[in-house]
Design a protein around this ligand. Sequence first.
Ligand code: CTP
Ligand code: CA
Length: 240
Amino acid sequence: SDGASGVGALAGKHVLVSAGGTREPIDPVRFLGNRSSGKQGSAIARAALEAGARVTFVAAHLDVAPPAGAETVPVDSALQMRDAMLANAPGADAVVMAAAVADFRPAELLGSKLKKRDDAQDPVIALVRNPDILVELVARRNAEEPSQFIVGFAAETGDEQGSVLEYGQAKLARKGCDLLVLNEVGADASGAERVFGRDSNSVQLLSRGGGDPEHVAGSKDEVARAVVRRISQELAASRG
Ligand code: CTP
Ligand code: CA
């Protein structure tokens, strides 16, 4: 073997990865969206392919081309992404939920374009909560496939109530996934954007089993290889 993240480390394994940002339809021409570029999820799919895995890639509106060699399943909304993830999760050795899923969607999808009207009030769009896909994947795993390894992502900002790390640890516990890739988002002290659309990243890897967080700074490819290394190590340990 070339080591835990190298060539062949995931040979014979199936990895399911989501990436990008969902779009929640308002009317036939409009949506609510978010700023995810899909770069980090694509990098994870690429790193898993390089390690020899078969990769299914559920992609919502990427700014980048999906990795060659993955089986790509394009989706639009959170509800479509949930269906695609739950359909492809059975039998996967690892699942990585890197997509930015909209927390809410418009309560109703208008059949025709929302119009400006001078004789009426400005519209208010009511929202309802989307299902938590990661939580549903963990519930399915717990019920049917306890050896499946599940990775979640979190983008957090610290505030008076807690640090980025504290919010990350709480989210890991709430979600029940095995590994959480924790990102600090928002502008840094110089006002520059830290994560979205950028090629570099700085994350902490938190595991459900406890232990010190692993800090990884570098390109999104380097972060991806670190995540794939953790997946490979875990799958090797549970096999042997
Ligand atoms: N996620 C998901 N389904 C959702 C929302 C989030 O699967 N409806 C996943 C994301 O893909 C990510 C993880 O959950 O892997 C954490 O997403 P995040 O937005 O940080 O967490 P939320 O539970 O939505 O909490 P918050 O209120 O902080 O946004
Ligand atoms: Ca969210």
